[in-house]
Design a protein around this ligand. Structure first.
Ligand SMILES: Cc1ncc(COP(=O)(O)O)c(C=O)c1O
Length: 395
C-alpha cells in the first residue's frame, strides 16, 4: 500500500537516534551513544514519596486539566531559577512544555515556512536538525572554535543569505562538541542579532552541569530586546521521564508558543508538573545537581585519561568543562559510521559525528557520552575503542 504523505515527510529522514535507542538497556553493550543521564542518580525514593503526596494533598486537582501555560507554582519556581542566571523573568514569561525538544519543534512551527533558512552551529544537535527538517528548512552551518560560534562567519553568512528566519544555538557544553561560548562571544552575538532582528533559540539543557571554570550567564541574560527564546529542561538535572521542560521568553513571543502548545497537546501532564514542583519545594535540587556533577566529572576524567593515554595521537579530542559529551576528530580517511560497525562487533557504541552536520560531510568524527556508564565500563569500553582505532590507523 502506498499512501500519499505530506511533502515535508520527504525531508524527515531516520535519525541515528533509532540506532542509539537500540542500545538502551542492553547490558552487553558499553554505550557511549545516547545522551542519557545516569539512572542510579535519579532520586527514586524521594520521587516515590512525592507521587503519593501529590495525590493525597492535591486530590483530584492532580488529575485534572491545568491551563496550557502550565501549573503556576512550577512556573514561579522556574522563573526564580531563571533570575539566578541573570535573566529577568516572572511566571508570565514561562511556558511548561514536554521537554526542550517540544520547544524546538514549536519554534519550527512558529517561525519557519518551507525553504526558510535556520542558522546553526557546525556541528549542531541532531534532534534540532530533525525537528527543523520536518518544517522543510534549509541549514546554514556556522563554524565554531573553542569560544563558540565564530562571529565573523556568522556576519558573512547573514550578509550572503536572504531568507534566514531563525538561529538555533546551544552555547553551554554543546551537544555534540562540548564547546561553551565565552561571555565576549555572547555579547557580540546579541549585537549582531539585534542588528538583523532575528529570533534566536537558546537551547540550554546542560548549563547547570559545569564541572570546572566560571559559570557564564545564558545569552538570554544579555538580551534586552526579547529576541532570545530560552529552552530549559529537567531532563538532565532531575530525570527525563517526566518530560518537563520550559520556554522562557518575552510575553508577546511566549503567547505564540502558548497558542501552538494548545493546538498541539493542550498541556503537559498535570501529575508530572506537580511532582516536579513538590520536588523543587521540598528537596534541595541544587544539592542534587552537585551530586550529579561529582559523578559526571569523575566519569569525564576517566574517559579523557584513556583517550589521552591510549588513543592514537592523530585523534583530536575536546575536554568539555561540563555537560555530557566529548567530541573526537579523526584523520580524514577514518569514517565514524564504519568505525561504529567495528565497535559494535566489540560491543561498544557511540554516535558517528557525521549525523550532526545537516549539510553532510565530517564523517571522520565521533561523539562520546560519559554520563551514562559506570567508571569501570568506561575504562573497558574506551580501551576497546583505542584498540579498534589503532588497528584502523595501521591498515
Ligand atoms: C541540545 C539538546 N536539546 C534538547 C534535548 C532534548 O531534551 P528534553 O529531554 O528536554 O526534550 C537534548 C537531549 O539530549 C539535547 O541534547
Amino acid at each position: 500500500m502506498v499512501l500519499k504523505y505530506a511533502d515535508r515527510m520527504e525531508q524527515v529522514k531516520g535519525l541515528e537516534t533509532r540506532e542509539i535507542i537500540k542500545f538502551i538497556g542492553n547490558p552487553d553493550i558499553i554505550s557511549f551513544a545516547g545522551g542519557l543521564p545516569a539512572p542510579e542518580l535519579f532520586p527514586i525514593e524521594e520521587l516515590k514519596r512525592i507521587s503519593v503526596r501529590v495525590l493525597e494533598e492535591g486530590g483530584t486537582g492532580a488529575l485534572q486539566y491545568v491551563p496550557t501555560d502550565g501549573y503556576l507554582p512550577l512556573r514561579e519556581k522556574i522563573a526564580e531559577r531563571m533570575q539566578k542566571m541573570g535573566i529577568t523573568a516572572s511566571a508570565e514569561n514561562i511556558l511548561i512544555i514536554n521537554g526542550s525538544q517540544q520547544g524546538i519543534d514549536f519554534s519550527g512551527k512558529i517561525f519557519l515556512n518551507p525553504g526558510d533558512v535556520v542558522i546553526c552551529e557546525k556541528p549542531s544537535y541532531l534532534g534540532a536538525i530533525g525537528a527543523f527538517r520536518a518544517y522543510q528548512a534549509q541549514f546554514v552551518e556556522i563554524p565554531t572554535d573553542n569560544n563558540g560560534m565564530r562571529m565573523d562567519e556568522l556576519e558573512k553568512a547573514l550578509a550572503s543569505t536572504s531568507n534566514v528566519k531563525l538561529i538555533y544555538v546551544t552555547p553551554d557544553f554543546q551537544n555534540p562538541t562540548g564547546i561553551t561560548w565565552s561571555a565576549k562571544r555572547r555579547k557580540e552575538f546579541i549585537e549582531i542579532i539585534n542588528k538583523h532582528n532575528l529570533p534566536v533559540i537558546e537551547d540550554n539543557p546542560y548549563g547547570e552541569l559545569r564541572y570546572e571554570g566560571e559559570m557564564i550567564n545564558p545569552i538570554k541574560s544579555y538580551d534586552t530586546e526579547g529576541r532570545v527564546i530560552f529552552l530549559g529542561t529537567f531532563s538532565k538535572i532531575l530525570c527525563p521521564g517526566f518530560r518537563i521542560g520550559w520556554v522562557c521568553a518575552d510575553k508577546e513571543v511566549l503567547s505564540k508558543y502558548i497558542l501552538i502548545k494548545e493546538a498541539a497537546d493542550i498541556q503537559c501532564n498535570t501529575m508530572a508538573q506537580r511532582e516536579v514542583t513538590l520536588f523543587l519545594e521540598e528537596y534541595d535540587i541544587d544539592g542534587h545537581i552537585e551530586k550529579i556533577k561529582l559523578v559526571y566529572k569523575r566519569r569525564r576524567d576517566v574517559m579523557i585519561k584513556i583517550i589521552n593515554e591510549e588513543f592514537p595521537p592523530e585523534a583530536k579530542y575536546s575536554i568539555p568543562e561540563g555537560g555530557l559529551f566529548t567530541w573526537i576528530e579523526l584523520p580524514e580517511h577514518i569514517n565514524g559510521r564504519k568505525l561504529l560497525e567495528k565497535a559494535q562487533e566489540q560491543k561498544v557504541a557511540f554516535v558517528p559525528g557525521g549525523c550532526f552536520f545537516p549539510n553532510g560531510g565530517h564523517e571522520n568524527s565521533i561523539r562520546l557520552n560519559f554520563s551514562n556508564m559506570p567508571e569501570e565500563k568506561i575504562v573497558e569500553g574506551m580501551k576497546r575503542l583505542a584498540n579498534i582505532l589503532r588497528e584502523e590507523l595501521i591498515n
